[in-house]
Design a protein around this ligand. Structure first.
Ligand SMILES: Nc1nc2c(ncn2[C@@H]2O[C@H](COP(=O)(O)OP(=O)(O)OP(=O)(O)O)[C@@H](O)[C@H]2O)c(=O)[nH]1
Ligand SMILES: [Mg+2]
Ligand SMILES: [Zn+2]
Length: 374
């Protein structure tokens, strides 16, 4: 967490505030009695949010209205803030999100967690100092595609020379298949490798968000890109290369040269949230072929005229990738069922509550009627 994030508050334009935001803000402001201030959420913490307003950064309290996951603000949201009944500043309105990076909240109850809003690029990151977990990479790509922003794979620590599980070239070659056309930028905060290309992503007041495990060097990259803005980093444990979860909040960090990055805490669990479109896009090599299968319910196994198997036979994808794709599809189908069940159960609970209310009112009516009869 940066202690003095508030002092970095940039102008509204450099926060990416555009005509669309302005049109939205005008409409809301016209209908409001009080003076509203335009801004962008820089950090969401328990009980408050930090908002960059173009002038000073403002701390706003979380109102009860914004406590629900569906109404809560996220880092990167464009907002209007204004006074509540007691004259404390609260978020009055959140602009419709242009893009949103969403994962399934870890836990049994199916609910989404918005990791970042209104980003242009999602940096899907992997540290070259550790083994590449292809399934994790694929999951990250699905979530990144599903956000509506452009995914970019960023490999960190290209200067790393200690005991490596496999040579970089091999990792990058293996990645090529999962990347499926997504740009790969190899970087090093130490040697400066790839930083110029990375910096180009921020031109035109654009925002990127970083997604990756703890200890892969996310905050270190922010430090070098921002010319020394203080962002706490930490050594990884030498034994297992695990990070120490140094970053604990999702912070929007404006760069002096323009553009912004959202630094995030390392994420171990990367659950998909209704990411059907993201899954189709991340596996477009295979999903494209599925449109040519003879049977609509083709399992892409041993059916005749299977478009997907044809793609694999032509060497354009692999059976391993097909297996991963099918298993992610199954996960989303199971989530759909879970959600339906959840809604059904909630509906019956709501109905039961409504009936209960009616029942409580009924004796009163009977009593009154009885009284009227005397
Ligand atoms: N060799 C090398 N080490 C690096 C590089 N970038 C970061 N590191 C080291 O990796 C460790 C972890 O870096 P952080 O930037 O704190 O990692 P993080 O991804 O922000 O971790 P969390 O905040 O816990 O999610 C530190 O010891 C850094 O010095 C790099 O380019 N090369
Ligand atoms: Mg960090
Ligand atoms: Zn098929």
């Amino acid at each position: 967490m940066i202690d003095d994030l508030a002092v970095l508050s940039p102008t509204l334009v450099s926060l990416g505030w555009d005509d669309r935001c302005e049109a939205w803000a005008d409409k809301i402001s016209e209908a409001s009695d009080s003076e509203l201030t335009r801004g962008r959420i820089a950090r969401v913490s328990r009980g408050f949010s930090l908002v960059f307003t173009g002038g000073d950064a403002v701390l706003v309290n979380s109102s009860s209205e914004r406590s629900d996951a569906s109404t809560a603000p996220a880092t990167g949201d464009y907002v209007l803030i204004g006074p509540d009944d007691e004259d404390a500043q609260i978020i009055t309105a959140i602009a419709p999100r242009r893009t949103a990076l969403i994962r399934r909240m870890p836990g049994r109850v199916p609910e989404p967690q918005i990791l970042a809003a209104n980003v242009d690029h999602v940096l899907v990151m992997h540290g070259l100092d550790r083994e590449l977990n292809m399934r994790r990479m694929e999951r990250q790509l699905v979530v990144a595609f599903d956000s509506g922003a452009t995914p970019v794979i960023v490999l960190t620590k290209s200067d790393y020379e200690d005991e490596l599980v496999e040579p970089f070239e091999q990792t990058i070659e293996r990645l090529g298949q999962a990347a499926n056309g997504v740009e790969i930028i190899t970087t090093s905060a130490k040697s400066g490798d790839g930083l110029d290309r990375l910096a180009e992503l921020f031109s035109g007041h654009r925002t990127s968000v970083m997604l990756g495990l703890s200890g892969i060097g996310k905050s270190t990259l922010v430090n070098v890109l921002s010319d020394g803005v203080v962002q706490l980093t930490n050594e990884v444990r030498v034994t297992d290369r695990r990070g120490r979860h140094t970053t604990v909040t999702r912070d929007l960090i404006p760069f002096p040269g323009g553009g912004m990055i959202i630094d995030t805490p390392g994420i171990r669990e990367i659950g998909l949230w209704q990411a059907h479109a993201g899954l189709e896009a991340a596996f477009s090599d295979l999903s494209g072929g599925a449109h040519h299968c003879r049977f609509a319910d083709c399992q892409h196994n041993k059916e005749p005229n299977c478009g997907v198997q044809e793609i694999i036979a032509a060497g354009q994808s692999t059976p391993e990738r097909l297996e991963h794709w099918m298993s992610l599809q199954a996960e989303l189908a199971e989530q759909d069922e879970q959600l339906e069940e959840f809604i059904r159960r909630n509906e019956s609970r709501l109905r039961a509550r409504a009936e209960d209310k009616q029942n409580k009112q009924r004796p009163k009516k009977t009593k009154r009627r009885g009284r009227n009869e005397f």
